[in-house]
Design a protein around this ligand. Structure first.
Ligand code: VG1
Ligand code: CO
Length: 557
């Protein structure tokens, strides 16, 4: 194998955020931009983690993935990687990459995606590296990659032709080879191990149960038909926007009430389907709806955890432990308490769950940002969450005769609230603010918490604690700080402020608001109504309008 050494210079700004490196496509297309980062990554890994090793490569099908895949393959070969396993047409969902790394015992894998960010020549591209357990590379590695991007001087590029990504099979180039694999089969095998497909099929094939899955023209389009239609016998018209497109059909592939409008309209129409779900660009997020009913992600993970043991074979001995990200509502905490399970609160981003899973203390976890998953892999998993919900609904209805009224999504959620109480939750996003104002606001809040003390009055609320969230990993002892400014009040209500780490332009401010309501007679309020006093308080306390000039959020979930 002939390897060319290409001279290069460091490029500023290649620091990864919450989930990999995300920039505008145009930035990635600059000379050596992507090549530098990939080479810096190999410079950061110990040789035993890639020399003659197997790596996985795939992505969400967005614009620039195909060129990027060819480049990554050549740099991998140039650095002595033994084999790269690539999803056909460069397609692999994020959860599928994690599953394949684990199943094939690969040393790691690349995910070409900017997740829920829009795609196309004017929009975003992204790259993420996952480790041998299938989990996103820890900060210790990403920090080292960043360091190496600042001192890089050459790129090792193998002199091989572009690989044909369109047909399954192996190509050999000296000691190096590339294998193109079907993007679905390993992942589907795993889903069949985790879930009872015949149970789910018994629900999905009923004439009195209709489901809709919206793939948002993103990667789960490749998975939805083989899984929901071919395997589970859902009707073919249950899949919407099911063809992955490079620009997601001009959409914003973020499954929430604002961007998954098509699905929301279907679910809120008269006589709509009984169950609806959507997934994001790279297939790791999910949104779940019942007929005219939205399930918040914070409730969703709690309900999955509460029902997992009886409905999902993988959890037949019960979950080992539960965890959520800090801004996610406390609904899951109550389930952990009732089931007497270990419980963890980690910073935003999936990378903090992996250590707990590897240590055998965590099975089910989630984030308020439409991310839910378990230790079957080391990423959040949109289709897994949908199958988990279908399993729960199927289990509850398995003895229902045709014509008998089925237990619905909203019945399941309301019953959960009646048992555990309801954690009203909402998130306000102010996207693409001026960075300066947004940073000033966070600094102002940091200053405010340093002066706050327990017992301070905030309108009708009394302060329990105010801090900037800090996390010490119980497994490896690593510490991360400045993970979000939070105000926790004596009744358990919380307001939290953080800046997004996944955007590619400006700054996105996120405000998270939560209030616990034990009283069943007050469980039927609209979250915006129930949370109004706290939302007003959050806006006053932060002086958000003064700092950012924004009157209204761009997205409310
Ligand atoms: C957001 C979410 C976070 C999630 C991350 C990656 O991060 O808040 O919960 O883990 O996206 O999701 P941030 O820093 O923008 O708030 V994905 O589907 O983009 O990989
Ligand atoms: Co995603």
């Amino acid at each position: 194998l002939k390897v060319n050494t290409i001279p290069t210079k460091p490029i500023e700004g290649q620091k990864t955020g919450t989930s990999g490196l995300r920039k505008k496509v145009k930035v990635f297309m600059q000379e050596n931009y992507l090549a530098n980062w990939i080479q810096a990554l190999f410079n950061s890994l110990p040789p035993e983690d890639y020399k003659n090793a197997l790596l996985v490569l795939g992505g969400d099908g967005r614009y620039f993935n195909k060129e990027a895949a060819q480049l990554i393959i050549k740099i991998a070969a140039g650095n002595g990687v033994g084999k790269v396993l690539v999803g056909k047409e460069g397609i692999l969902s994020t959860p599928a990459v994690s599953a394949i790394i684990r199943k094939r015992k690969a040393k790691g894998g690349f995910i070409m995606s900017a997740s829920h960010n829009p795609g196309g020549p004017d929009y975003d591209w992204g790259i993420k590296f996952n480790y041998s357990s299938g989990q996103p590379a820890p900060e210790s590695i990403t920090d080292e990659i960043y360091g190496n991007t600042l001192s890089i001087s050459e790129i090792k590029l193998a002199d091989i032709p572009d690989v044909d990504l369109s047909s399954v099979g192996v190509s050999k180039y000296g000691n190096f080879s590339v294998e193109i694999v079907d993007p679905v089969s390993d992942y589907l095998d795993l889903m069949e191990e985790v879930f009872d497909f015949s149970l789910i099929k018994s629900l999905v094939s009923r004439s009195d149960f209709r489901l809709t899955f919206d793939a948002m023209h993103a990667v789960t389009g490749a998975y939805a038909n083989p899984i929901f239609v071919d395997k589970l016998r859902a009707s073919p018209d249950s899949i919407c926007n099911g063809v992955p497109l490079e620009d997601f059909g001009h959409g914003h592939p973020d499954p929430n009430l604002t961007y998954a409008k098509d699905l929301v309209n279907i679910m809120y129409s008269d006589n709509g389907p009984d169950f609806g779900a959507a997934s994001d660009g790279d297939g790791d997020r999910n949104m779940v709806l019942g007929r005219q009913f939205f399930v918040t992600p914070s409730d969703s993970v709690a309900i999955i955890a509460a029902n997992a043991q009886e409905s999902i074979p993988y959890f037949k001995s019960g979950p080992k432990g539960l965890a959520r990200s800090m801004p996610t509502s406390g609904a899951l905490d109550r389930v952990a308490e009732k089931l007497n399970l270990p419980f963890f609160e980690v910073p935003t981003g999936w990378k903090f769950f992996g250590n707990l899973m590897d240590a055998g203390t965590l099975s089910i976890c989630g984030e308020e940002s439409f991310g839910t998953g378990s230790d079957h892999i080391r990423e959040k998993d949109g289709i897994w969450a949908v199958l988990a919900w279908l399993s729960i609904i199927a289990y509850r209805n398995k003895n229902k005769k045709p014509g008998e009224k089925l237990v619905s999504v909203s019945d399941i959620v309301k019953e959960h609230w009646a048992t555990y109480g309801r954690n009203y939750f909402s998130r306000y996003d102010y996207e693409e603010c001026e960075s300066e104002g947004a940073n000033e606001m966070i600094n102002y809040l940091r200053d405010l918490i340093s002066k706050s003390k327990q017992g301070d009055e905030y309108g009708d609320y009394t302060l329990q604690l105010a801090d900037d969230f800090k996390y010490t990993d119980p497994v490896d002892g690593s510490v991360v700080t400045k993970q979000g400014v939070r105000f926790v009040f004596t009744d358990g209500s919380r307001i939290i402020f953080r800046l997004s780490g996944t955007g590619s332009a400006g700054a996105t401010v996120r405000i998270y608001i939560e209030q616990f309501e034990p009283d069943v007679s007050k469980h039927d309020l609209d979250a915006q109504v129930a949370l109004k006093p706290l939302i007003d308080l959050a806006l006053t306390v932060s002086k958000l309008k003064d700092f950012t000039g924004r009157e209204k959020p761009t997205v409310i979930t």
